[in-house]
Write a protein that binds this ligand. Structure first.
Ligand code: PGA
Length: 251
């Protein structure tokens, strides 16, 4: 059975001290709790090792927000998958629309990143999603299908089974404009069908597909009630322990 997951994406927010304090708060909130989903926080590279030291990863998974498309070498300023893994992190967000949009990440580059993440036993949270224009001109299914095909369908079924997908319509990210639960369900069911066509029904049924884009405690219960929505990738609302826990508790 596929996992239910709520993952925070802190993006470029919090200083090290603020980040450690926030991670401790979430960790503390989870101590007595028995959430009905896995809980993960993806944090800036600079915070990984320090946060790893103060959380219980049996209750709160830790991830990076990106990794390099090379293993090591002369790539000034980059952080590799082995480096991320060496901090104790076990997840990595890849292909976030902000990376695609502002840092020119293409499917070719993402393919390398996914391979390196898997080689280093990091679980990729792989983001896909259409921009507003593609939503409005009705090409959104094709766009998302292409993103998945180009970056992931070179994987073996076994490796594909290690991927978590996050559908994040770009027009809903940080805009306060959430996809309706029906829009999310339609896309998630479509994605599951695309996976089934390539890897078979069992792999498709076992793939966790998260929704992301202005998800908050007030709309999470409705979104998570949909059969193909397996949780959320949470930006803004993950920067406050109480609202993040409110989403975790939506399950
Ligand atoms: P948001 O971001 O929740 O702030 O819309 C989601 C994301 O980009 O992962």
């Amino acid at each position: 059975m596929r996992k239910k997951i709520v993952a925070g994406n802190w993006k470029m927010n919090t200083t090290l001290q603020e980040g450690v304090a926030l991670a401790k708060e979430v960790n503390e909130a989870l101590k007595g709790a028995e959430p009905k989903c896995d809980v993960v926080i993806a944090v800036p590279f600079t915070h990984l090792a320090s946060i790893n030291a103060v959380i219980d990863q049996n209750k709160l998974g830790l991830g990076a927000e990106n990794c390099a498309d090379h293993k090591s070498g002369a790539y000034t300023g980059e952080v590799s998958a082995p480096m991320v893994a060496s901090t104790g992190a076990t997840y990595v967000i890849l292909g976030h629309s902000e990376r695609r949009q502002y840092y020119g990440e293409t499917s070719e580059i993402l393919k390398e990143k996914v391979a390196l993440a898997l080689e280093n036993k990091l679980t990729p949270i792989f983001c896909i999603g259409e921009v507003l224009e593609e939503r409005e001109n009705g090409t959104y299914n094709d766009v998302v299908k292409k993103q998945i095909e180009e970056a992931l369908f070179n994987l073996s079924a076994e490796d594909f089974g290690k991927i978590i997908l996050a559908y994040e319509p770009v027009w809903a990210i940080g805009t306060g404009k959430t996809a309706t639960d029906d829009q999310a369900e339609d896309m998630h069911a479509f994605i599951r069908g695309v996976i089934a066509d390539r890897y078979g029904k069992e792999v498709a049924e076992n793939t966790s597909i998260l929704y992301g884009g202005s998800c908050k405690p007030s709309n999470a219960p409705q979104l998570f009630a949909k059969p193909d929505v397996d949780g959320g990738l949470i930006g803004g609302a993950s920067l406050d322990a109480e609202s993040f826990m409110g989403i975790v508790n939506a399950f």
